[in-house]
Design a binder for this molecule. Sequence first.
Ligand code: ATP
Ligand code: ATP
Ligand code: MG
Ligand code: MG
Lengths: 267, 267
Amino acid sequence: GGRVISLVSRKGGVGKTTSAVNLGAALALSGHSVLIIGLDPQCGVCRTLGTRPHELPRGLDELWTMRARLPDLAQPSPVENLWFVSPRILTLEEEESFLGHLETRGGDLMREIDRARSLYDTVLLDCPPSLGAPTRAALLASDGYLVPVQNEELCRDSLDALLEFIDTFRDRNFAVDPADGTHAAPLQLEGLFLTMAAQGTRIGREVAARIQEDYGDLLFDTAIPRTVRLAEMAIKGRPTVIYDRRSAGSRAYFDLADELVARYCVD
Amino acid sequence: GGRVISLVSRKGGVGKTTSAVNLGAALALSGHSVLIIGLDPQCGVCRTLGTRPHELPRGLDELWTMRARLPDLAQPSPVENLWFVSPRILTLEEEESFLGHLETRGGDLMREIDRARSLYDTVLLDCPPSLGAPTRAALLASDGYLVPVQNEELCRDSLDALLEFIDTFRDRNFAVDPADGTHAAPLQLEGLFLTMAAQGTRIGREVAARIQEDYGDLLFDTAIPRTVRLAEMAIKGRPTVIYDRRSAGSRAYFDLADELVARYCVD
Ligand SMILES: Nc1ncnc2c1ncn2[C@@H]1O[C@H](COP(=O)(O)OP(=O)(O)OP(=O)(O)O)[C@@H](O)[C@H]1O
Ligand SMILES: Nc1ncnc2c1ncn2[C@@H]1O[C@H](COP(=O)(O)OP(=O)(O)OP(=O)(O)O)[C@@H](O)[C@H]1O
Ligand SMILES: [Mg+2]
Ligand SMILES: [Mg+2]
């Protein structure tokens, strides 16, 4: 069955949504069937795939309000083999009700994602910049998690706490097998990867070197450069890997997809 | 008495923390006595003012655990007349307890901030990228709020919902005076301001033009440029307006401080 991976970071604006969409598209173009689920109430996933939340015929909210199944909620994207599900949040009440469902009935999402493994090769979960209900529900449903990292000091400085907090969260929620000390659910760190990598400044290079030193083999070889093409994605409403496959940003996401698959196939 | 202003945005990484600290420092250098309160569990305010959370002698958590007064928790910063209070969060349990206090006893913070008006000219509240408990507690305690905006599509696209959500929140929490339809608490939008303003790309200019068109007089004249000096702040542990007062970033924050004061003095 398929693999479920969350894009997680407490630091805001590090490229979680941009990466979920481009990585998903790169995997789909390499032959995977991919589902992206947007768990951020900002609905960034649907906006970058060309739809506004109020135009969606079906939304993630129906999982709870209509007891719908996840595959029935999946929307086609501009990329073959790539589907997505997004909340449809337009008012504060809708956001509160969505967060309320995740908080009290996260188990429904977990069960549905589990069932979706038989239909998709890869399920990517885009999370908001926090460790609140959406991210916790995502981690409970995931096999692994990916952390996008900007080579900036505040982001680098937040990594230790993030990794520790996730470990604490895992220890609380999944029993340890007394025989060998492993966890029932893997929830393993797939890796960290640099985004909007600023190599042009001395401090950018210094922070990147620090991250490399501190996190060495957890860091993917592929770094995603900061490019105009990637920033344009939300205007174009199509993943950059589609509308400009040869650009540096797209090639980086293809490389990252290859590296990711190579890492988890090793298991 | 002093004015209480929150830095608010659901979009992550737009410069809330960088702005709270540099704006606070610029106001302090112009003679204001300023208190910055970090409500983000990531503790960005204390890190950018040169202290790590576990080195803080006192923390915001004591407001609830020791029934301490806010002025007793205030720490000196590298800038004269600028003080700050930050949580001291190192574990997931501490973060959950901090968020729990804000959720159930936000009134204690509101009362303490209200008392602090007699001691400080300006109180700035740095919020995490969400509309959860920290931001709600901040808005309940504030006279006004400032929204940093990146001239990028996903950020521009998130503004309408943010302003509407805050209006809904205000309508729920503050009665409307039947005589003239105004709210008991002002909670007014001080304005939007551009940060990390990318003027070098066509899409950057296009998005900035859209923001100008849609939000016209709500947008401050001063735009904060993206500069290496500002990005370095978290490494230096001092606000940029201190260690390089003549840089473009610093001058922009001095201009923003002047514009802000001119706007609220008009009231
Ligand atoms: N490699 C890149 N090159 C240029 N711009 C980028 C790149 N990655 C992301 N961006 C832009 O940077 C901003 C932040 O990216 P994005 O919204 O994907 O981050 P996020 O972590 O999902 O943010 P949030 O914390 O708000 O959910 C967006 O405006 C996006 O268009
Ligand atoms: N004008 C600027 N020029 C260059 N870099 C900047 C500027 N403003 C902020 N930064 C950098 O961009 C990143 C995001 O800024 P910051 O952390 O202040 O945003 P934030 O909105 O507080 O983020 P979060 O949503 O995580 O709280 C930081 O690494 C910061 O150093
Ligand atoms: Mg996002
Ligand atoms: Mg911040």
